[in-house]
Design a protein around this ligand. Structure first.
Ligand SMILES: [Ca+2]
Ligand SMILES: [Ca+2]
Ligand SMILES: [Ca+2]
Length: 164
C-alpha cells in the first residue's frame, strides 16, 4: 500500500519536473528585428539600426561611431557638412540596400520615405542654412540616444523596450 502510494507520488513529481523543465526551456528566438532597417521608430528599429555587433546592447560609443561613419559617408564632396542632396542620397543608399536585401523593388512607400527624408532635412538643419553640420548631428544624436535609453543607464538594451 505504502509503496504504491509513494511510487504514484514519484510519478507525479516526475511529471511536474518534466513540465517545469519544458517551461524553462528557452523559446525559439523567431522575433528577430529586421537586419538593417534604414530608418523607422521604436526600440526594434533603433537596435536594428545601431547594434552593429549584434550583442543586444547599443553602447554610446557604438552609437556615436556609427553616426559619425554615416555622416562621413554622406559627405560626398568632403566639405564637412551635408547638403540636402547628400543627406537624402546617404539615406537612400541605405534604404535601397534594405529593399535589395528583402528582394523588393522600390514602391510607393519607398518614394514616400525619400520625400520624408527631404522634409527631415529641413528639420534637422536647425539653423536653416542648408548645411547639416557635425554639431547639428551630434545634438540630435544626444537627444535620440537619451530617448532610446529610457532607463537612463547609458546603454540601450532590451530593458529599454518597455517604453515610458
Ligand atoms: Ca552592440
Ligand atoms: Ca558635404
Ligand atoms: Ca545647419
Amino acid at each position: 500500500m505504502i509503496s504504491s502510494l509513494s511510487s504514484s507520488r514519484l510519478l507525479i513529481a516526475a511529471a511536474v519536473a518534466a513540465l517545469l523543465s519544458a517551461c524553462a526551456a528557452p523559446a525559439a528566438n523567431t522575433a528577430a528585428a529586421p537586419a538593417q532597417p534604414a530608418g523607422g521608430h521604436g526600440h526594434a528599429a533603433f537596435m536594428g539600426s545601431y547594434d552593429v555587433n549584434r550583442d543586444g546592447v547599443v553602447s554610446r560609443d557604438e552609437y556615436d561611431t556609427l553616426r559619425k561613419q554615416r555622416f562621413a559617408a554622406g559627405d560626398a564632396n568632403g566639405d564637412g557638412w551635408l547638403s540636402e542632396a547628400e543627406y537624402v542620397a546617404e539615406y537612400e543608399g541605405r534604404l535601397k540596400q534594405q529593399y535589395q536585401s528583402e528582394g523588393r523593388e522600390p514602391d510607393a512607400r519607398y518614394m514616400g520615405s525619400i520625400r520624408q527624408a527631404h522634409v527631415r532635412f529641413g528639420i534637422i538643419d536647425k539653423n536653416k542654412d542648408g548645411r547639416y553640420t557635425v554639431d547639428e548631428d551630434m545634438a540630435i544624436a544626444e537627444r535620440t540616444f537619451k530617448e532610446a535609453d529610457s532607463n537612463g543607464d547609458g546603454q540601450v538594451t532590451a530593458d529599454d523596450s518597455k517604453k515610458k
